[in-house]
Design a protein around this ligand. Structure first.
Ligand SMILES: [Mg+2]
Length: 326
């Protein structure tokens, strides 16, 4: 059950590769492409510094290892933002608007499920970038083969949507998280990248098509659901902070490459929201290729690597025990 570490380290390394060049334009990166861990740049952080994407992922992972408790998860998000918990250097230097507003609402006493903005403009990639730990939690509590079970067990989708809602309450973001979790689960132990992604997409699309309120929103994902999606040209792929674009860009990089390294570097070099696109892509690539496929010099550069690995190891033990106990 090393898949937990594979996914989380894959995400963390992707994030750290993207941090120094966040917001850089694609044309500028084309002249001086990222090929490994850089230092400083956009956020003036040393090499191997990971950002909110990893911090919030670790908050969720750590929270889930104590069971599903949305208030506890929000408290950890707040602890990250206010006190710099789950950070490489003790401060949260990068935060998205939607997440910031949600934490503010929580600190003012709002119910966790009412914290995430519900408007159409509240569809940044802030919930998608931290949703990966749910794959491991859901497998531990509901068994393997989640995608095959979502029609009998509504709770699986409900849990994904609720955890999304903590910071992002619009259905478009919830669908992105649902699609991502179902694809990620298909990738565990998979032999073929494309088949696994297609299966995850099909299962998600089928569920959403059958559920009013979600079905209408699914149209924004029509390009992703098209069988020719992977053949789109780079010019047709946007890599900004809009959740639909981030999911598209990450999957496009994952499908268009055949190694961890090339996948995350392609994601970073798309420019703009480099760390998040690479984190979202890196989570999938880590799961599929395994963390042994990540360059040792990249892993060694990760700041507080032991802290991250310990959180993974602890969560893994808890989930494994839960599975054994049924
Ligand atoms: Mg970030």
């Amino acid at each position: 059950m090393s898949e937990l570490r594979d996914g989380i380290m894959g995400l963390c390394v992707g994030d750290a590769l993207g941090v120094p060049v966040e917001f850089m334009a694609r044309e500028d990166l084309a002249e001086y492409p990222v090929t490994g861990m850089r230092a400083y740049g956009t956020h003036q952080q040393p090499a191997g510094t990971w950002s909110d994407d990893t911090s919030l992922t670790l908050c969720l992972l750590d929270s889930l290892s104590h069971g599903l408790d949305l208030r506890d998860t929000m408290e950890r998000f707040a602890d990250w933002f206010v006190h710099g918990a789950y950070t490489p250097h003790g401060d949260a230097f990068d935060i998205g608007t939607g997440t910031r507003m949600a934490i503010d609402r929580f600190l003012k006493g709002a119910d966790p499920l009412e914290c995430g903005g519900r408007g159409e403009h509240n569809n940044g990639n802030g919930s998608l970038m931290r949703i990966l730990p749910l794959v491991f939690y859901l497998r531990a509590t509901h068994g393997e083969g989640l995608a095959g079970r979502i029609h009998q067990d509504y709770r699986i989708m409900e849990v994904i949507h609720d955890v999304c809602r903590l910071t992002h309450g619009h259905r478009r973001s919830q669908i992105a998280c649902g699609i991502y979790v179902l694809i990620a689960e298909q990738l565990i132990g998979a032999q073929d990248r494309e088949t696994a992604v297609r299966k995850g997409l099909q299962k998600a699309a089928q569920w959403y098509e059958e559920h009013p309120g979600y079905a209408e929103e699914l149209t924004v994902y029509s390009r992703l659901l098209d069988p020719d999606f992977a053949n789109l040209s780079e010019e047709q792929i946007s890599s900004g902070g809009y959740v639909v674009h981030t999911l598209e860009a990450a999957l496009w990089c994952f499908l268009g490459t055949d190694r961890y390294r090339t996948c995350v570097l392609k994601a970073v070099n798309l420019g703009d929201d480099t760390d998040t696109v690479a984190a979202v892509a890196g989570g999938l690539a880590g799961l599929f290729y395994g963390s042994e496929a990540i360059a040792p010099e990249w892993l060694e550069t990760i700041v507080r690597r032991e802290f991250v690995e310990d959180l993974c190891g602890n969560a893994q033990r808890v989930f494994q025990r839960r599975r054994q106990n049924g």
